[in-house]
Each structure stands twice: as C-alpha cells, then as structure tokens.
Write a protein that binds this ligand. Structure first.
Ligand code: GMT
Length: 382
C-alpha cells in the first residue's frame, strides 16, 4: 500500500508511535510518506520505502499565527495526487483530522478519493480536544474519518464520554520494538550513576503539568529516607525549572540527575530498577511500556489507560493521582527485597511482550484493509 502518515515530528508519544509504525510498515514493503512540518525525530537513516514531505506555510506579516492547518491540507492534496496514495493515517486529531478531511473534500471535487484514519492518542481528546475551543471541529472530523483508532480502551471510553461519535472506534494499543527496547548490560554506566549500589529510579516525560513530575521528586524524597537511591529525570519541558527548585527546597539535589532530552532512552532504562509515572492523565503510557520491555517495574498513578499496561501488584503498583506517599511505600516494597524485585522485573517483561510490534502491526494492517475495503474508495484510487 501507499500510505501517507501525518503526525507531530517531536519527542511526544504520538509522533513516536506514528514514526515507529511508519518505519515498521516500510520494512514490510509498504511505501510510507511522512507529511510533517519537520523531519520526525525517530526517522533516522535511509529506507527505500520511506519518503518525507515537509509542510511549509507562508510567513506573512498579517498572520499572528501562520495557518498551519491550511498549509498541511494543501500539502496532503499535493502528495496524494502526485504519489497516488491509497490511504492517509493521521495521528493526533488536532489539527490533523480536520486537515485530512479538508484535503479529502478538495480531492473529491477533482475525482480523487482518499480514505483517512484518525488515531487518537490522548490529550487530543482528554485535555485539548474536549476544550470548547476545539471540541466541535474534533467531533466533526472524527465523524467524517473513514476509520478511528484509539490507543487504549480507556481513551475510547473518554472519547465516547466527551464527544458524540457515531463511528466505531477500534482500539489498537501502543507497541514496543524489542529489537531496540531490551535489557542490555550497562554496568559501567550503572556504577557511574550509583557507585554505592544505590537503587536507580527513572522518569521520562515531556515535563508538562499533566505528568506531575513534582510527585516523582516528592515520592523519591520519602524513599531516600528509607533506602539509598538515585533518581534520573529524562526529558525537558515547561515544568523543568520548578522541579529543579523543588529538589533544591527538599535538599535532595545530590541524588537527582536531570539528563534532558535523550535519544537512547533504552540505555538509561537498562540501568534502572523502577520507572515512575504519576501522571494526572495518561491514555496509555508508552514510556512505561518501554521501561517494562527493559525489565523495569512501574510505580504509577491509576489515571486513564495506565491500568491496561501496569498490572497492580505484578508489574508494579498504581496509586491515586497525587498520592506520592503511597507511591513511595510501594516503591520501597518492591526495592527492599532482591527476590521480589527480580520477580517484578520478570513480570514487567512478560507483560511488555503482549505489546510486541510483531503482534500489533498486523492489527493496523488488517484495519487498513478493512477501512479501504469498506469505504468503497479503493477502486477510485487505482
Ligand atoms: O503526553 C505525551 O507524552 C505526549 C502525548 C502525545 O499525544 O504526543 O502522548 C500521548 O500519546 C502516547 C502515544 O499514544 C500515549 O502513550 C500517552 O499516554 C499519551 N499521553 C497522554 O495521554 C497524556
């Protein structure tokens, strides 16, 4: 198939999933065309089946904000026509679903029919999308998508709660590529971070408010009063400064390392004993799944779809949002007993295997066939 993928090219989860999906589809022989405003961060190296089309709009003095959605729709029209795409797959509803719909309508008038699938990732529904400033457009473009997928049952429920969606929503969870995310021996690195054999906790996020990174620091502060430990904070974002201030106020800076944005997260996960994800809202928690694939148990909140990934008392523990005392208690329970920690690590890996790329990718392919077949648009496109 010739598939157009529209996504955010940044470090965010939706862009990562879209890029990894595109790469995997390309490996299986599909021609994949990425349509984004910048080359996606995970789109490294050359592949004969991968193509990249940059969206660039005019920066005209009249525009306070350049109208990206129009530029994107125009680019989609151009790529679909020139490359004769069979299907568009847009990740993150805002503004990708409405841009795809606009492009579809323009192309229809020219006798070209292109179905599009919208994949909902999380904040496009739970936080931003349901806001009155976007809600009608998101609802309309979902209802006019030829297919909709959500990354968890929880996100599907939220979508049906906040929007009047008349279409079926197919749940296809996030996936993990075990050729990249697996436990490797990084002992020299472990010794550098934790020279006295301290336990290593890790948090990876975009440091947005919704991630509640302050709870990571608070739970860690309680934990180090009981056992020696180090905390790695990976990523960057708007909350970074206030988190640094919190560490200073708590006086635990010497045990906390801010590592900023890191490309090879798997190397850091390789030395970690616990992953911490206390999010206020989380549709799936891809970062937690990546940790589990590297045999790292998870201490998390029970928000959104996290429960579909982290199994209570088996792969880690979940607490109510904001209850960092309970998170510290659970972390101590796992870490204080070596055998128990090993069992949790093994369970984490076993659970991650359920989300193996080799299992999830065919589900997308089947859904593509189903949507293209049932839209009746495939025949127009040949
Ligand atoms: O919040 C992020 O980390 C980025 C955000 C996005 O849409 O770019 O991630 C969302 O999509 C990921 C991939 O499907 C999910 O694993 C994350 O749980 C989800 N984030 C939230 O719901 C807050």
């Amino acid at each position: 198939m010739k598939i157009g993928i529209v996504c955010y090219p940044t470090y965010g989860g939706s862009g990562v999933v879209a890029t990894e999906l595109g790469k995997a589809l390309a490996k299986k022989g599909h021609k994949v065309h990425f349509i984004t405003y910048k080359e996606p961060v995970r789109l490294d190296g050359f592949h004969e089946n991968i193509f990249y089309h940059e969206v660039s709009g005019l920066d005209y003095p009249l525009f306070q904000n350049p109208p990206y959605e129009s530029a994107l729709a125009s680019k989609i029209v151009d790529v679909v026509k020139f490359e004769r795409l069979d299907l568009l797959h847009v990740h993150y509803a805002i503004p990708h679903a409405s841009a795809a719909l606009m492009a579809q309508n323009i192309l229809k008038e020219q006798g070209i029919f292109i179905p599009f699938i919208t994949t909902l990732h999380g904040t496009d529904i739970t936080l931003v999308g349901r806001d009155a400033s976007f809600q009608p457009v998101v609802e309309y473009s979902m209802n006019h998508s030829d297919g909709i997928t959500a990354v968890s049952e929880s996100l599907k429920r939220d979508t049906l709660l906040f929007f009047e969606v008349k279409k079926h929503i197919e749940v296809i969870p996030n996936f993990i590529d075990f050729s990249r995310f697996k436990k490797t021996d990084k002992d020299h690195f472990k010794k550098a971070i934790a020279p006295q054999g301290e336990k290593i906790l890790i948090h990876v996020s975009n440091f947005r408010k919704v991630k509640r990174v302050e709870d990571v620091v608070q739970m860690f502060d309680l934990l180090i009063k009981k056992i020696p430990a180090k905390l790695l904070l990976v990523g960057d974002g708007p909350e970074r400064m206030s988190i640094e201030m919190l560490c200073r106020n708590l006086g635990n800076c010497e045990h906390v390392r801010f590592l900023g944005k890191q490309e090879a997260v798997e190397d850091l996960l390789a030395i970690a004993d616990l992953f911490v994800l206390p999010s206020e809202s989380e549709s799936f928690g891809l970062a937690a799944l990546e940790a589990m694939a590297c045999e790292v148990p998870v201490i998390s909140s029970n928000a959104g779809g996290i429960a579909e990934v982290n199994i209570q008392g088996e792969t880690g523990f979940m607490s109510n949002v904001g209850d960092y005392e309970d998170m510290a208690k659970n972390a101590l329970y796992i870490l204080e007993d070596a055998e128990r920690l090993l069992q949790f690590k093994q369970n984490a890996l076993a659970q991650a295997k359920r989300f193996d790329l080799d299992i999830i990718l065919p589900r997308y392919e089947r859904y593509y066939d189903q949507v293209c077949g049932s839209s009746g648009w495939m025949e127009y496109n040949i």
